[in-house]
Design a protein around this ligand. Structure first.
Ligand SMILES: [Zn+2]
Length: 459
């Protein structure tokens, strides 16, 4: 059963390669959506519930033309626009999940392990199956439809070590018109048979082929994808660094300082490095296009290096709690000027819903006596992530000219959330309750590049 599908009597709009069943504003289309528009014009300050960075336009029309946001207005547009009245509903930019593993839907919610055992017992066996092209293709379709059905319209994704898995993911992203950043996973040691690159040369050839085919094609971009330092030889890490140096427009994604046993292992494997982050820095993998998942066990020097390089941390709170990895210090990252985005890290994470992950992020900060506002969290899942990826001209907001990647949400679903919303005294309180109590069941309609790719209740 597809995640987010028939359990609630809803199905995702069939998307790949076909005509979407919902409304569209692709080439030549003019669509207007009425609802409460909420996005961010700047970075909300820590702890500021009355932030000026919030742009709230209640009961407005959002105009979509040729797949892009063409404007917003209070009055209804004329009848040359296909109008959809969602008054009383919330319209947000589509969420951006900055760290998630497409093959790991198969192991989400697996009992009883921490990171290294979890990889060995659950994840690696699931990933081995992606050597098969048909399996990889079906998995990519299931994964991307599930993402969209959770309100996520752009993502930074790990497929597997197999070239075919990256090809399948990119092709499925292209068919859905998605902004997708991904790359073949690099691993050449400390991984089972069937999940290791044969040689540095073969891995480099695969990467260069995939870059030539997909990087900059439609809305796709390539990320040099190192699983994590322990599963790449120093020679492979150096090759990954060369790829980044040869083309500075490439992204880089990897894991960083997730779990204490892992950190200790990295120190043993790379005794010459000052820290875990330093392993990547020495290989040329710390730069403005780097996305580091987790970053829990860092020190001030690491945070200063991340800030200096303008790299970002993809905070993955549901994964960090589920695998018992640790509590990310968002406030310290903020104080050091490090960009923080929010990520699901499924299948270590337990939900693709960015609302649930923002709710987990609030609770993780609460454990440290900090308060994460709804503004800070939702900004990190939209405009903040876009800016850290250098894509804020395209995604993450409702700005005119941005791609129409956006979602229509019910403010509340079910009697408890409805009651709570009724009693909210101000916008932050209402939005915070939406974030804490909401999930994919609140999603009404998701647009990707102006095309409806998910419609609640559509079969
Ligand atoms: Zn991960």
């Amino acid at each position: 059963m597809a995640i987010g599908s028939s359990t609630h009597g809803r199905g995702a709009v069939p998307a790949a390669g076909g005509t979407p069943a919902g409304i569209g504003a692709g080439a030549g289309g003019r669509v207007a959506l009425r609802g409460d528009l909420l996005d961010f014009g700047a970075d909300p300050a820590w702890g500021d519930v009355g932030s000026d960075a919030v742009r709230f336009r209640p009961d407005h029309w959002l105009l979509i033309e040729d797949g892009r946001i063409a404007g917003t207005q209070a009055e209804a547009p004329d009848s040359t626009w296909t109008r959809h009245d969602h008054r009383g509903r919330l319209i947000l930019p589509g969420f951006i999940d900055t760290h998630v593993h497409s093959p790991q839907l198969d192991v989400i919610a697996s009992y009883g392990t921490e990171l290294l055992d979890w990889l060995e017992q659950h994840t690696f066996p699931a990933e081995i199956r992606y050597a098969d092209a048909a399996h990889a293709e079906a998995g990519a379709a299931l994964f991307l439809d599930a993402l969209i059905a959770h309100g996520t319209t752009a993502a930074v994704v790990f497929p597997t070590v197999h070239k075919v898995s990256a090809d399948a993911l990119f092709a499925a992203g292209q068919a859905r018109g998605m902004r997708l950043i991904a790359g073949k996973v690099l691993m050449d040691r400390h991984a089972p048979d069937g999940l290791r690159d044969d040689s540095v040369e073969q891995a480099e050839r695969d990467c260069r082929d995939l870059i030539a085919r997909w990087h900059g094609t439609d809305r796709l971009a390539y990320a040099v994808t190192v699983r994590f330092a322990p599963t790449s030889s120093p020679a492979q890490l150096a090759m990954a660094g060369r790829l980044c140096r040869d083309d500075p427009s490439l992204y880089m994604q990897t894991h960083l300082a997730e779990n204490r046993t892992e950190v200790k292992w990295v120190h043993e494997l790379f005794p010459e490095a000052r820290s875990y982050l330093d392993v990547y820095a020495q290989a040329g993998l710390l730069h403005a296009k780097s996305v580091f998942a987790h970053g829990i066990w860092l020190d001030d020097a690491d945070r200063a290096a991340l800030h200096g390089a303008a790299a970002q941390i993809a905070h993955s709170p549901s994964s960090n709690l589920f695998l018992g990895s640790g509590l990310f210090d968002w406030r310290a990252a903020e104080a050091a000027g490090v960009a923080v985005s929010v990520a699901s890290d499924v299948g270590g994470g337990t939900s693709l819903s960015m609302l649930r992950n923002c709710a987990y992020a609030y609770k993780v900060q609460a454990m440290a006596g900090q308060r994460l506002t709804a503004w800070k969290a939702l900004h990190a899942a939209t405009r903040g992530a876009a800016r850290a990826l250098g894509l804020d001209h395209e995604i993450g907001s409702l700005d005119v000219g941005c791609a129409a990647d956006l979602c229509v949400w019910d403010w509340a679903a079910g009697p408890v959330a409805l009651r709570r919303a009724e009693l909210a005294r101000d916008l932050h309180e209402r939005t915070f309750a939406f974030m804490l109590l909401g999930d994919e069941r609140n999603l009404v309609n998701a647009f990707v590049n102006g095309v409806s790719r998910y419609e609640r209740g559509a079969s």
